[in-house]
Design a protein around this ligand. Structure first.
Ligand SMILES: [Zn+2]
Length: 403
C-alpha cells in the first residue's frame, strides 16, 4: 500500500490550495471521474434496494441540533454557529436531523414502512488542522447516508440487508475489511436514552452479525451518542484503522423528533431509525481505494478505462474510429506524438485496458489488447473487445478479464 496523498498528486486526482484552506481538498478531472462512478454505483444500488433519494441543505438552525442532541454531545466537532438576522445557523455535523424532519413532514401508515431515505449529502467537521491530510481527514465531507424508518420488528431484516449491501459493494470495489466491530458505549455521560433501549439495540445488532456469519469484536466507547453500531473497519497504508461503513440502531432521535406512524390499530406508534452508510464518506472511501489498489482502480472506477495506442500516425484514423465506438467507456488516445510505444505503455500503466493498433489490426478492424496486469492477448475483432470490456464495467466486476 502507498500513501494516497502522494499517489493522489502523482495521478492528478485531487489537490489542495492554502487559499481554500486545509482539510478542504478539490477534485481534479480524473479524481472527479472516479468519484462520479462511485456515486452512480451507490445511487443505483440504493434504488434497486428500495431506497428513495432526497436532497437537504447543509445548514440548519442551531435549535435543530439542540433537539437532535448533537449540540450537547457533539459540539466540539462542529463549526461555530453563524449569526443570521437574529437566529443562528450551523453547518450540519450529520444528515440525521434533516431526514427526521423530512419523515415528520408527511403522514405515514404502517403499510408505508420501512421508509428508506437516502442522500449523498454534505456535512462538516471542525477537525484541527494538525490531523488533516489528503482525503482521509477533511473538514467538508460528502456522506453516503441513509435512514430507514421502520417498526421494531423490521429492524433486524433492514440492518441485515444493509450489511449485505456493504459486502456487495466491497466485492465490487475490491475492498477487504480489517474487521467488523460492534461499537458499544463506554464509561461517562455522553450517551443518551434509556438503558433498556441500548440493551435491545445491541442485541439486535449482535444477532444481525451472527446471522450474517461475520466474526466481530465488541469495542467499548465507540458507540454513537444515541445508540450502538456495527462498524466496518479498514486499515490505511500507515497501519491506522478507521471506520468506512456503519449500521446503527437509534431509538433516541425518533423520540426527540416525536416521529410516528399510524399502526394497524389506528393508533400512533414510534418508528425506529436505522442509520446506515455503505461506503461512508466519499473522501475517505476514495482515499482507501487509492491505497488499496495503488492507484490501479477496478475497471469500472478507473478515470481512463481504455487507452488506444496507434503504433504510427497512419493508424490514428483507425484509433479515432475505435474511440467513437466506445460510447459508455472513458477512453483516451495516446498517439506516437507522446513517445515510443514502450513509453506510452508505461505512462498508462494504471489504465486497465490498452488497445494497440498497428497496420495489420487497422486493416482488419482488430485490436491487440494489453491488460494492466501484463497479459497480452492475441489480436481480436474490435467489437468483441469492446463488448467484453463493457460487460465487465457494466457489471462492476473487480477482475480485469476473467480466464
Ligand atoms: Zn444518521
Amino acid at each position: 500500500m502507498s500513501d494516497h496523498r502522494r499517489l493522489g498528486r502523482e495521478l492528478e486526482l485531487f489537490d489542495t490550495d492554502p487559499l481554500m484552506g486545509s482539510g478542504l481538498p478539490y477534485w481534479l478531472p480524473d479524481g472527479a471521474s472516479v468519484r462520479h462512478a462511485l456515486e452512480e454505483y451507490i445511487r443505483s444500488a440504493e434504488r434497486r434496494a428500495g431506497y428513495q433519494h432526497v436532497y437537504s441543505p447543509v445548514l440548519g438552525k442551531r435549535e435543530l441540533y439542540e433537539l437532535s442532541g448533537h449540540w450537547a454531545h457533539y459540539r466540539d466537532d462542529m463549526f461555530p454557529p453563524m449569526d443570521l438576522g437574529g437566529e443562528q445557523v450551523v453547518l450540519r455535523p450529520s444528515l440525521c436531523p434533516h431526514h427526521a424532519l423530512i419523515y415528520r413532514s408527511r403522514l405515514h401508515s404502517y403499510r408505508d414502512l420501512p421508509v428508506r431515505m437516502a442522500e449523498l449529502g454534505g456535512m462538516y467537521r471542525s477537525e484541527l488542522s494538525g490531523v488533516l491530510g489528503g482525503l482521509s481527514r477533511v473538514r467538508a465531507i460528502q456522506l453516503n447516508d441513509a435512514h430507514i424508518f421502520c417498526t421494531l420488528d423490521q429492524v433486524a431484516d433492514e440492518a441485515q440487508a444493509a450489511l449485505a449491501m456493504i459486502r456487495r459493494a466491497y466485492a465490487a470495489l475490491g475492498i477487504t475489511p480489517s474487521r467488523y466491530r460492534l461499537s458499544l458505549p463506554g464509561a461517562g455521560g455522553k450517551y443518551v436514552g434509556e438503558q433498556e433501549n441500548w440493551g435491545r439495540a445491541t442485541d439486535l445488532l449482535r444477532d444481525v452479525l451472527e446471522r450474517s456469519g461475520l466474526d466481530h469484536e465488541p469495542a467499548g466507547g465507540e458507540a454513537a451518542f444515541y445508540g450502538p453500531k456495527i462498524d466496518v473497519q479498514v486499515v490505511d497504508s500507515a497501519g491506522r484503522e478507521s471506520t468506512l461503513s456503519t449500521v446503527q440502531v437509534d431509538f433516541h432521535q425518533p423520540e426527540q423528533f416525536d416521529l410516528h406512524y399510524i399502526g394497524a390499530d389506528g393508533a400512533r406508534h414510534r418508528p425506529v431509525m436505522v442509520h446506515r452508510s455503505i461506503i461512508g464518506s466519499v473522501e475517505r472511501a476514495v482515499a482507501h481505494l487509492i491505497e488499496q489498489h495503488d492507484g490501479a482502480f477496478p475497471a469500472w472506477l478507473a478515470p481512463t478505462q481504455l487507452v488506444i495506442l496507434p503504433i504510427t500516425e497512419a493508424e490514428r484514423p483507425a484509433a479515432q474510429a475505435l474511440a467513437r465506438r466506445c460510447e459508455n467507456l472513458r477512453v483516451d488516445i495516446a498517439g506516437p506524438d507522446r513517445g515510443s510505444l514502450g513509453a506510452r505503455v508505461r505512462e498508462n500503466r494504471k489504465v486497465p485496458y490498452q488497445a494497440v493498433i498497428g497496420a495489420r489490426e487497422a486493416s482488419a478492424d482488430q485490436v491487440a489488447l494489453r491488460l494492466r496486469d501484463g497479459r497480452r492477448l492475441d489480436p481480436m475483432p474490435a467489437a468483441e473487445v469492446l463488448d467484453r470490456i463493457a460487460a465487465i464495467v457494466g457489471a462492476h466486476r473487480p477482475e480485469l478479464w476473467g480466464r
